[in-house]
Design a protein around this ligand. Structure first.
Ligand SMILES: Cc1cc2nc3c(=O)[nH]c(=O)nc-3n(C[C@H](O)[C@H](O)[C@H](O)COP(=O)(O)O)c2cc1C
Length: 419
């Protein structure tokens, strides 16, 4: 299903990431949407309206007050009211990038330009993709405005973490255009429940949920390690959603660029050995274990406590040994038997994805498993299959990892309810 027949108003604000809205316009058009771009005056400082006009094939609006219709008047002319006219045909109002300023205006009900007035006029869903400097994003006023808008069922796409246009590092990057597109599709074809409603009914109250996330680093010497591309996004999304649903959450994470969700017990680890130790200790009290970490399967047999100098040799051979199988240890360590824990595994494969995941599900006695391919590494969205004990395979289409986390926890809550 594509976006054919859907009218999307894309609000573009005055931030560096406005250039990414150009690619987003192209993707939305390619997917069949009728795209109408509304730029704030400040956005025009960053990208020329002609770029959006050419890509969208529609005029670009910015001004509230247009010149009156040309005389002679016949009487009854209402004049142009772009905020009403465009609002009427809109299926989704998407703001990308959304500045701290526009978020503040939306939260405060200020309508002093076309985009903020349009926001008050539309009856369609609204999706906001913020982008700003990390300090701006961390400012309590901005946080509070986002929280307030979420309370009005306004949808947000999480900002990314990393290098920002201003040169700083941290939270504040605009989500990637393909992630925004998949969220648009999801909102238009699969509207989620109102924010936080699942948190009340999510069935995790009083339960302890242990989540592992991220990669591990297996040290070769004090400066080098072997690892993998896991970003930790899925595990962090599960931890954050489980916490919202009322669970007590323990997040054990290998090194990532992500900020731990507030309110969870956060245990940072480095190596597979660290991960094993912490998981075995914490799993004692857990009712649910979600093993989303990409723990290294191998680690160097020996560690050099001095940096291996390249001047001293032409080549080196690294001997690797298998790392401990944490899932197997949980199963064999009586822990599971003692208190019927619900265990969810992940299988990351390059081939025969479902077949291999089914084998892992059986061998590790999991309650269900999420099968995914390596393409998901680092991306904000993923396409997975969930396989249960009976071998039923549920294909989940491409969607943000936040939404996949909700689906996983729906399934967890369902199983807990049955038990
Ligand atoms: C070079 C430059 C980059 C900016 N980038 C951002 C940004 O990424 N996010 C943001 O919230 N504000 C940013 N600002 C500040 C906004 O442009 C400013 O708050 C403006 O009032 C926003 O107007 P608008 O929301 O009507 O587009 C930037 C300003 C400059 C000069």
């Amino acid at each position: 299903m594509n976006l054919k027949g859907k009218t999307i108003i894309l609000g573009v604000c005055g931030g560096i990431a406005a250039y990414k809205a150009v690619e987003l316009t192209r993707l939305l058009k390619k997917d069949g949407a009728d795209v109408w771009v509304v730029m704030t005056r400040n956005a025009r400082e960053f990208v020329a309206p002609l770029t959006f006009q050419t890509l969208s094939g529609n005029p670009v609006y910015s001004e509230m007050f247009l010149p009156p219709p040309a005389p002679p008047y016949k009487g009854g002319e209402r004049g142009d009211m772009p905020h009403i006219d465009i609002a009427k045909k809109c299926n989704l109002l998407l703001i990308a990038p959304a500045t701290a300023n526009i978020i503040g205006k939306f939260a405060g009900g200020i309508a002093d330009d076309l985009l903020s007035t349009l926001y008050l006029s539309v009856t369609s869903p609204v999706l906001i993709a913020p982008a700003m400097n990390n300090n701006m994003y961390a400012n309590p006023v901005v946080k509070d405005n986002i929280k307030r808008l979420k309370g009005f069922n306004i949808n947000f796409i999480d900002v990314g973490v990393g290098e920002l246009a201003c040169g700083d590092e941290g939270e504040g990057r605009l989500a990637e255009p393909d992630t925004i597109l998949s969220r648009v599709r999801e909102l238009l074809f699969n509207p989620p429940n109102p924010p936080f409603s699942k948190g009340v009914e999510g069935g995790l109250k009083g339960k302890t949920i242990l989540v592992t996330a991220g990669p591990t680093h297996e040290a070769i010497d004090p400066v080098r390690f072997i690892s993998n591309h896991s970003s930790g996004k899925t595990g962090y999304a599960v931890a954050s959603a489980a916490q919202r649903r009322g669970g007590k959450v323990i997040l054990i994470s290998g090194p990532t660029n992500l900020a731990p969700p507030s309110g969870v017990k956060f245990i940072p680890v480095k190596s597979a050995d660290d991960m094993r130790r912490e998981v075995l200790r914490e799993s004692e009290n857990a009712d649910v274990i979600v093993m989303a970490a990409a723990v290294s399967d191998f680690s160097p047999v020996s560690y050099s406590d001095k940096k291996i100098k390249k001047e001293e040799r032409e080549s080196i051979t690294l001997e690797l040994k298998k790392t401990p199988d944490i899932l197997e240890e949980i199963q064999s360590s009586k822990l599971k038997a003692q208190s019927s824990k619900l265990i969810v595994g992940f299988a990351l494969e390059t081939e025969d994805i479902v077949k291999n995941a089914k084998e892992k599900l059986k061998n590790k006695h999991l309650d269900f498993i999420i099968a995914n391919s390596v393409n998901s590494f680092g991306s904000d969205s993923n396409k997975v299959a969930i396989i249960d004990k009976k071998g039923n395979v549920e294909d989940i289409p491409l969607m943000p990892k936040d939404s996949i986390a909700e689906i996983i926890l729906d399934k967890v809550a369902q199983i807990l309810k049955k038990d």
